[in-house]
Design a protein around this ligand. Structure first.
Ligand code: PAF
Length: 287
């Protein structure tokens, strides 16, 4: 396979490339992905490039974070196009390991989590964050970057990884990259390709509902009333609603029913046909 930028498929080759950069005193940024790259991923690469001398992006569709019956087989795999986008963005190295490289025979370790991993995504996908945390811990240990950038669209994942890095004393700065949106406000996601044209049109409602929810809370509306309105709007717009809620921005702990008095985040997960969409918005309380 010939790719338009330097690439490594084995930990050994990855480490050799990184050791050469370290020997020259260069800093390393890292953007882990599952491929099917879009402008949101490229913005994370740009952020890493602004901070570090060299940037590694990984493309690995991680089987450990999919449950049986989820879309692991159908997940879009577009390595050549991904490599072209990364090369165009100025990324220095693509790391695309095989499943066997990441999970060799006998692999027997899984990270278990609590804190920000509890509830929300975990209610619908109980296996998900241990699969993410295990692969991210491995990737961070393989690359050993100075900074790693994760999309804020997966806000709970970002907090879980920030917690993981702190708890395991990983010497890396975990940064969040802002969500990139389509013109109608839909957050970019590799899974948007699953949407039919009609569902794609309806999908834009998620951002509108979350933005209204965040605005109401910032204006001092009682959290339980604003949440009830957002839930009703989501139920009227989508085929199912997994959650539509406001949480503490730092820990994802539930807020009280009253007006919000600290930085918060509104988060939603909805279903359109068989596609599940998630999104979130920051809430900055007035005064
Ligand atoms: O957000 C993703 O694409 C994945 O969950 C990640 C962080 C690359 C781990 O597989």
């Amino acid at each position: 396979m010939s790719l338009p930028l330097p690439s490594a498929h084995a930990v050994r080759d990855l480490r050799a490339a990184i050791a050469a950069w370290r020997a020259d005193g260069l800093t390393i940024g890292f953007v882990p992905t599952m491929g099917a790259l879009h402008a949101g991923h490229i913005a994370l690469v740009d952020q890493a490039l602004a901070r570090c001398d060299r940037v590694v992006a990984s493309v690995f569709v991680n089987p450990a974070q999919f449950a049986p019956g989820e879309d692991f087989d159908a997940y879009p795999r577009t390595l050549d196009a991904d490599a072209a986008k990364l090369a165009g963005a100025g990324c220095h190295l693509l790391y695309a390991p095989s499943a066997r490289e990441m999970y060799p025979d006998g692999f027997a370790t899984t990270i278990s989590l609590s804190g920000p991993a509890e509830g929300l995504e975990s209610a619908a996908r109980p296996h998900f964050f241990s699969g993410v945390a295990t692969v991210v811990a491995k990737l961070l240990n393989q690359v050993r970057p100075d900074a790693a950038v994760f999309g804020e669209k997966d806000y709970q994942q970002y907090l879980v990884i920030r917690r993981l890095a702190a708890d395991l004393d990983l010497p890396v700065a975990i940064e969040a990259g802002p969500t990139v949106r389509e013109a109608d406000g839909l957050a970019l996601s590799s899974r948007n390709v699953y949407l039919s044209p009609e569902d794609r049109r309806r999908a834009a409602r998620l951002n509108v509902i979350l933005a209204d929810f965040a605005r109401a809370l910032a204006a001092g509306r009682l959290a339980d009333e604003a949440e009830a309105d957002a839930l009703e709007a989501a139920r009227a717009s989508f085929d199912g609603v997994d959650y539509m809620t406001a949480r503490c921005a730092d820990t994802l702990a539930p807020l009280g029913p009253g007006a919000v008095d600290r930085p918060a985040r509104v988060l939603g997960a909805v279903r359109l046909g068989s596609t599940r969409l998630i999104d979130n918005r920051a809430v900055s309380p007035a005064g």
